[in-house]
Ligand binder design. Structure first.
Ligand code: HEM
Length: 252
């Protein structure tokens, strides 16, 4: 948690120091990437290296939903090349960790150590995972599932509380509420994502003021994933004293 807090606080301070509105959508992707690298490996590469890595990561995510046409210049080829570059970069520190006796202080260290303690030998193949056989294509839409699930009525009404824990109690939401997927392939970063969002909310509320940088809210686009059209521009400024006492919010 201190590692996440440090990266989030540094980022929010940087947003506050900028004179122009921040493009929050792409900046949040950068922040998530920095946190993932820091939590996984325990340290951050140089600023320049991190920027290069993020460019490759963006190439991967931009081509995640592309037709499987493996020809030069195709989205699929670009995505595979980006994936291979990321594998190449992260393989060395991961190999080093597998050879040594890792600490419990990084996500990868915890994974390797606890598998060793349970008598399982974890290697590169296990960490890379398995692939769906060639020619297969599997896809489901989480947004459509939430929109059509009988558990959630009036999907067009703004009511985030419909997903609140107390409203879900006693209802079998297993196949109706799946923001992080489900089963053995459910999101590996679920707890990290939730913790990061809580820390970000606290940092935003305690050390910054913000207002929308445009006259109206941006239109939301749904394909390939839900995202704001033309970014989400927000003007941040520093808040020197914490008037609302949100810092005492518990992260449990
Ligand atoms: C709000 C943020 C996030 C959401 C909504 C989300 C959602 C998802 C969903 C729906 C899946 C597919 C699960 C399935 O196939 O059943 C997934 C997979 C995955 N997510 Fe996330 N995720 C988030 C953040 C993260 C973060 C921060 C990380 C890592 C640092 C991460 C790592 C992964 C991985 C590695 C998988 C693949 C798991 C596997 O195939 O075994 N996610 N995520």
């Amino acid at each position: 948690m201190p590692r996440i807090k440090q990266v989030v606080a540094e980022t929010v301070r940087d947003w506050c120091a900028r004179e122009c509105p921040v493009t929050v959508y792409s900046e949040s992707k950068k922040l998530t990437f920095r946190i993932a690298v820091s939590v996984l490996l325990g340290s951050l590469p140089s600023k320049e290296e991190l920027t290069n890595l993020f460019t490759v990561f963006e190439q991967l995510t931009q081509n995640l939903f592309s037709l499987p046409v493996d020809v030069p210049g195709s989205g699929y080829r670009k995505g595979v090349q980006a994936r291979d570059k990321l594998h190449e970069y992260f393989e060395k520190p991961i190999e080093d960790m597998l050879q040594s006796s890792p600490e419990y202080s990084t996500a990868l260290g915890i994974l390797i150590k606890s598998s060793q303690e349970q008598g399982m030998k974890i290697g590169m193949q296990e960490l890379k995972g398995f692939q769906i056989p060639k020619g297969w294509s599997v896809m489901y839409s989480i947004r459509d599932t939430h929109d059509t699930a009988p558990l959630f009525q009036h999907p067009e009404t703004f009511n985030p509380d419909r997903f609140a824990e107390d409203q879900m109690k006693g209802k079998d939401a297993r196949f109706q509420y799946l923001p992080f997927g489900g089963g053995v392939r459910r999101c590996l970063g679920k707890e990290l994502a939730k913790l990061t969002l809580k820390i970000l909310a606290i940092e935003l509320a305690t050390i910054s003021h913000w207002e929308l940088g445009t006259k109206t809210f941006p239109k939301m686009l749904m394909v390939p994933v839900v995202h704001p059209a033309n970014e989400l521009k927000v003007q941040f400024s520093a808040q020197l004293c914490n008037k609302n006492g949100i810092a005492e919010v518990s992260l449990e």
